[in-house]
Design a protein around this ligand. Structure first.
Ligand SMILES: Nc1nc2c(ncn2[C@@H]2O[C@H](COP(=O)(O)OP(=O)(O)OP(=O)(O)O)[C@@H](O)[C@H]2O)c(=O)[nH]1
Ligand SMILES: [Mg+2]
Length: 328
């Protein structure tokens, strides 16, 4: 399957425990009261929590550090410090959590609402009241709070592509992916630059989705020409496919038909996922040729769209179309 690993490295630190307190009772007419220093409170834990409504680790690229508060210190009059709240990190179901240094597997988040304490808060230190014995009635000793656990985690999430980009070699598929996501596919002015699918995460408003940049498809690919079509299995489970055609092509209508034929040879199902035709590199198209391209005979059900990855024209609208095609 079109597996793609979305990754993030985050740092978690549980809260330290509050310190125990050294204190003695002060009462009228009692010159030296007994010890009454309370214990410190527990530091907050950091907890991982599976949330099925999340789909990517993208947000961790903006916030990568999570710290729980320390427990309150103990006080006199046997007042115990309050424990600190836990910090909960929500992760998409399917996230694999590893130790960033050793790569050792720590936990697989496989269920909605699954909880895992990833960093334990430090224990509260004991106050001097707890150290009183028959021989030492006025202990001056209290424990400091324990340290909260701290670790660096590597998160990995396997993703399936939502949208597949299909087109002849050099159509501008990789360039499109590079402008709508953080992916850095190889881009070059020759055919078959992309040899295997590359995925990236694109955002439109508060929606994010996975886009697959595919190797170029050519006529005869179904008979093994070029790179063949075996890589199309990577987009079998996408929700929508966009066919990209260079707007400067000498015969864009025939390009479209050829691409649709190759897709169909692979499976009707795959061809049935084509939602839109995207004409690329409009910055290279003579203005006078635009109307002709717009009139092009392409069945109505396919949305026609025009973009230039160089000027950015039409890119935001295209993301809107992608997002809309995923809703259905
Ligand atoms: N002027 C212009 N050039 C573009 C645009 N998009 C892509 N190109 C150029 O077209 C060439 C091919 O782009 P790629 O993105 O590598 O094409 P591809 O479809 O991924 O090609 P393959 O991986 O070989 O199938 C590169 O030289 C790009 O710089 C565009 O909008 N305007
Ligand atoms: Mg490419």
């Amino acid at each position: 399957m079109a597996h793609f690993v979305d990754e993030a490295v985050i740092h978690v630190k549980a809260g330290d425990g509050g310190n125990g307190c050294v204190s003695f009772r002060r009462e009228k007419f009692v010159p030296r009261g007994g010890p009454d220093g309370g214990n410190g409170g527990r530091g907050g834990n950091v907890i991982l929590f599976g949330d099925k409504s999340l789909t990517t680790l993208l947000d961790f690229h903006y916030r990568a550090s999570f710290k729980a508060a320390r427990g309150q210190h103990g006080q006199g009059s046997n007042k115990f410090g309050k424990g600190a709240d836990d910090v909960v990190i929500k992760l998409p179901v399917g996230t694999v959590v590893r130790d960033a240094e050793s790569e050792e597997l720590i936990v697989d988040i496989i269920e909605d609402s699954q909880e895992f304490v990833i960093a334990r808060g430090g224990r509260g230190g004991r106050g001097n009241a707890e150290f009183a014995t028959s021989t030492d009635r006025a202990p001056r000793r209290a424990d400091p709070g324990g340290l909260g656990e701290e670790r660096t985690l590597k998160l990995e999430l396997k993703l399936l592509a939502d949208i597949g980009l299909v087109g002849f070699p050099n159509a501008g598929k990789s360039t499109l992916l590079s402008v709508i996501s953080a992916a850095k596919p190889k881009i070059a002015d020759y055919p078959f630059t992309t040899l295997s699918p590359i995925l990236g995460i694109a955002k439109f408003g508060d929606k994010s989705f996975v886009v697959a940049d595919m190797p170029g498809l050519i006529e005869g690919a179904s008979h093994g020409k070029g790179l063949g079509i075996s890589f199309l299995r990577h987009i079998e489970r996408t929700k929508a496919i966009a066919v990209l055609i260079e707007s400067t092509s000498s015969d864009p209508a025939s390009d479209f038909e050829k691409l649709m034929d190759e897709l169909q040879t692979y499976s009707d199902d795959l061809q049935g996922k084509v939602r839109m035709v995207v004409f690329t590199k409009t910055d290279l198209l003579e203005r006078s040729k635009m109307p002709e391209l717009k009139r092009l005979e392409i069945p109505r059900k396919f949305k026609k769209h025009f973009i230039s990855a160089v000027t950015g024209n039409g890119i935001e609208e295209l993301l809107g179309l992608f997002a809309a095609s995923l809703k259905k």
